[in-house]
Structures are given as structure tokens and as C-alpha cells.
Write a new protein. Sequence first.
Lengths: 235, 235
Amino acid sequence: MENTSTVESAKQKLNDWLDKGIIVSGNKLPSERELEELLGVKRMTLRQALLHLEGESKIFRKDRRGWFVALPRFNYNPSSATSFKQAAIEQGRLPSWGYLSKERVHAAAPNILALLGVKEGDALYKICGWGALDNHKVFYHETFINAQVAPDFIEQLGEGSFAEAWETIYSKKTHTKHLEFKPTRFSGSACKGIGGTPGTPSIRVKKYRADEADKIVQIDIEYWRFESVEFFIDL
Amino acid sequence: MENTSTVESAKQKLNDWLDKGIIVSGNKLPSERELEELLGVKRMTLRQALLHLEGESKIFRKDRRGWFVALPRFNYNPSSATSFKQAAIEQGRLPSWGYLSKERVHAAAPNILALLGVKEGDALYKICGWGALDNHKVFYHETFINAQVAPDFIEQLGEGSFAEAWETIYSKKTHTKHLEFKPTRFSGSACKGIGGTPGTPSIRVKKYRADEADKIVQIDIEYWRFESVEFFIDL
DNA sequence: GAGTGGTCTAGACCACTTT
DNA sequence: AAGTGGTCTAGACCACTCG
């Protein structure tokens, strides 16, 4: 009669409730203590079920804030000229973003300096920020820019997007030259910046952007929430 | 004196032992029961530590077989003409692969048929297999091929690689036309094919390969072990 | 301040792998 | 047959969030 009270059965019930839209009022799931009662499993077991559903992109976590019904995946073409903002709108999503820090620095990882063609000790810009869809943060980024190529970039950027700044202020059309995808887990600044749970899988996307002369002018390192995105590239 | 006996401390100790190469004889870690004693933590706690280290690519699991010291990440360019075999050798790794099934089928997902230009009810080939580095399986794949474009592909393939078959037998040079990266978790056939633990994060790579006339002749769906790979693309 | 998520303990049983 | 990994129970404490 009663089911086997295992992770699998808990998952199925939760899945049902999610599909049917019941129980899950608004967007937040009931607390774990309520759920363990509703599902007839213990806390650690429930946790497994929730973690599995997280992996299947049905739900997601905000650190210390609980579990939420997942939003659709974002279809992202990192090589496209289309900005995050525009792509989001095209997919019927509400984009937003913020900057956590904008610094003029004189040091960075050696390979960053080399790629940007910045001499040891010379200035470059480091900008950290996040991007969100429907008010849910989906990526954190660190961006490096050659200060010689784009003087006063920080001031010019304001609250606008990178693409806008490049085109409007420096009249440069940039294109993606190189891409890297590395499966990792959230930790450190990416974790804080996005409000992610440490240890949760994530994808690090590294992007070199170049100008018309094929000179690398910007390096982006983005950390995406594992379940919130899907990448595609046309060649 | 004794540390706080938390996940973090267990991780640090394990990390130490891994770095120094002690405790870890051969390639397999001691059993979980031994480790809980050595580290002074309980099983579920140890498990958290191990899972974290798995996420950081220091160790990996074989289903029901235990924990192993991780191998280096494979640097994989999915758009390159270079075959898996060749790329592996260039990175000083020992590649191997196997086929789990080779079928002539008359049905597949509608979008697969459409992309390959196979009419409803017509034949296509479905080939499932795996790839390994240093005798550790790192990906599982399902490949679909238009039977009209490459008659008798299954027979011609033998135990060789796809690239070899296309070039030698059909004298076609193929190139990657489209790529998709989707973070998922292991389940179903991919899980079995690779000996992965269900629920473990993985990356699904979808690849359309086309001939000189830009006609799609092959669709690859690969499921990669999360921690064993890093992708890059030059544009 | 109550409630909640994150973490941890100290056991247990089963299915599978290995010896 | 013994050992091991996978799973589950029934508690507990702490740090943080939220009302």
C-alpha cells in the first residue's frame, strides 16, 4: 500500500506535484521538515531526492533559502554577437545584471596578461558581476580588458552592457575567437556572487573576444548555474 | 588538538594524502569503512567529503567499485577534424573504445530524422559505444547515420574509428556544423554504458557532422564524465 | 525569536563485487 | 563467504534567514 519509501518514490511524488502544479504554491517548495512528513521519508533521504531533482533541472536551491521550482533553461550561444540581454528577451525571459566590482588593476594571471598583450605592471580593467533571468541569478563573471585599448572603460560602461560600450563608445565590433567549457563546482567568489551552494556543479565558460584586427581585447570568465543553461554553437 | 572532524577537515586530509601520493597505493582509495576510521568521521560525512573531491576532479567513482585517484582532464576540441584517438595520443594518453550495439533501425526521434534527411520509415544506422582514456571510460555515445549516404556503414566500420571509415571507405571529408553542450546527469543507457553512478553530473555534447556539400550525414550524442574533460573551440 | 537549511552522528540493511 | 558501496533511519546542533 504505502510505497517503499525510498528516494525514488519521493522523487516521483515530488515530480507529480511539480507537473500538476499542486503543493507548490508560488515558486518555493514547502520546507524540508514539511516535505519529510508529506513524503514519509527522513531528512537525509529527502535531501537525496531533492538533489536528484536539482540535477534534472526540475528545482534549484538558493543557499540557505530553500528550494524553488526551476525555470526553463536558457539557450545560450556564447559565440554569437547577440548580447545576453537581447538573447534573453528573444526567449521571452526578463534579463537583468549587476556589477559587483569594477577595478583598475596592475596584475592578473600571467596567461591573461599575455593574451591581452598587457605588459607586466601595466594597467587593465577587472570587472565582476552577475546576470539573472526572471530575477534568478544564473551566472557570475569576471571580465578583463586591456586598459590601453579601451581607456576609461569602467567609467564609460556605467550600468550598460559590454556590447553596447564597445560599439557605441569605442566603435569596435568584437567577435568571439576562442571558447572553453570546463565542468567545475561553485566555490569562492563565483559562489558568493551568484548565491550558489558551495560544491554545486557549474560550468565555467572562458571566452576570448577580439576586434576587427583579430587582437584580443576582452577575456570573459563566466560561471553558469549547471541546470539553468544549455550552450550551442553554429560553425 | 584533534580537528573539528567536519567535511572540510576530512577533505583537507584526503587532499594531502593525494598530493603526497601516500595512503593511495596503486589507484584505488581505501574502502569507505577504512577511511572513516582513518579520518575520524562518520560514513555519511565522509561521503560528503568524497563527493566534494569528486567535484573538484581529484577522485572519481566506478559504480559499486569504489573511489579512484583522478586522471588528468582530457582537452577535447569537438569541432576539430582530429579524431578522439589522435587527440588522446597527442596528450600522452592511451585511448581505447568499444561498440555496444550497431543497429539498422527504421525509427528515431523526429528531429534526428529531419536533420539527417531520412524519410519516415527509411533506414538509418544507430551505433552506441564508449571511449576510454588509460582504461577509464570517459564518454558514452549514440551515433546516427543516414543509411542512404553511407550504405553498409556498420559492416565497413568494423572496430575502426568513424573518421577512418568516412575517409577511407566513402572518401568523404566531414566537418562539424553545429554543437550543443547541455549539463545533465547520468541516467539510463549512458549510465550503464560508461559504468557511471546514476545522478552524477555529466555533459551531453550533441554534434552535427556534414559533408563537403554541407549536408548533415552524422549526428553524435556524447555523454561525458563531468570531471574528465574540458572543451575548447577555436573560431 | 521561531523556523529553516546545512551539517553531522551512530547505527542498519541490501545488492553487488571480490576473494 | 566476506567485504564494500548504496541507501536509509532517527535523531541532533548550529548558523543563518525571515517575519
